[in-house]
Design a protein around this ligand. Structure first.
Ligand SMILES: [Zn+2]
Length: 137
């Protein structure tokens, strides 16, 4: 009777260890640790083999990836590897989606055309006022 209890206890401890290993591997792969603990608990070594060959789970959303990336950049900032400017730039890059707000190109009147500062239309150099809105060059 006591030897049966003893082997049962060993079995439980063993299952617990398998479960814990399974949970650790699963969490490293971005999977549910709680679920894999029980899979490991029940199936032991087999569950460890299965969870070990499973591919890493792809992050669910792009937003989450951005947040994680930003967190890494924050770490880099905190450890002084990158400057605050670099961090802020990266932050606005990651956080502004779909695209950063459009800014019109600078009105450089080079080449054969000039760009109207009023409406942004390209006019030939030969015309003195904008063909679109009539603004003087
Ligand atoms: Zn114009």
């Amino acid at each position: 009777m006591s030897s049966l209890f003893f082997s049962l206890a060993i079995l439980l401890v063993q299952s617990g260890i398998f479960g814990a290993i399974c949970m650790k591997i699963a969490e490293d792969k971005g999977r549910s640790g709680g679920l894999w603990f029980w899979v490991g608990f029940v199936f032991g070594l087999w569950a460890i083999i299965i969870v070990a060959i499973l591919p890493k789970k792809v992050p669910v959303s792009k937003e989450m990836t951005n947040v994680n990336t930003l967190r890494e950049y924050k770490n880099l900032l905190d450890s002084g590897i990158i400057s605050r400017e670099e961090f802020e730039r990266k932050k606005s890059e990651l956080m502004s989606h779909p695209k950063p707000t459009y800014s019109p190109p600078p009105a450089n009147n080079s080449g054969s055309t000039w760009i109207c500062p009023e409406c942004g239309k390209k006019n030939p150099l030969t015309v003195r006022s904008c063909r679109e809105c009539g603004r003087e060059k």
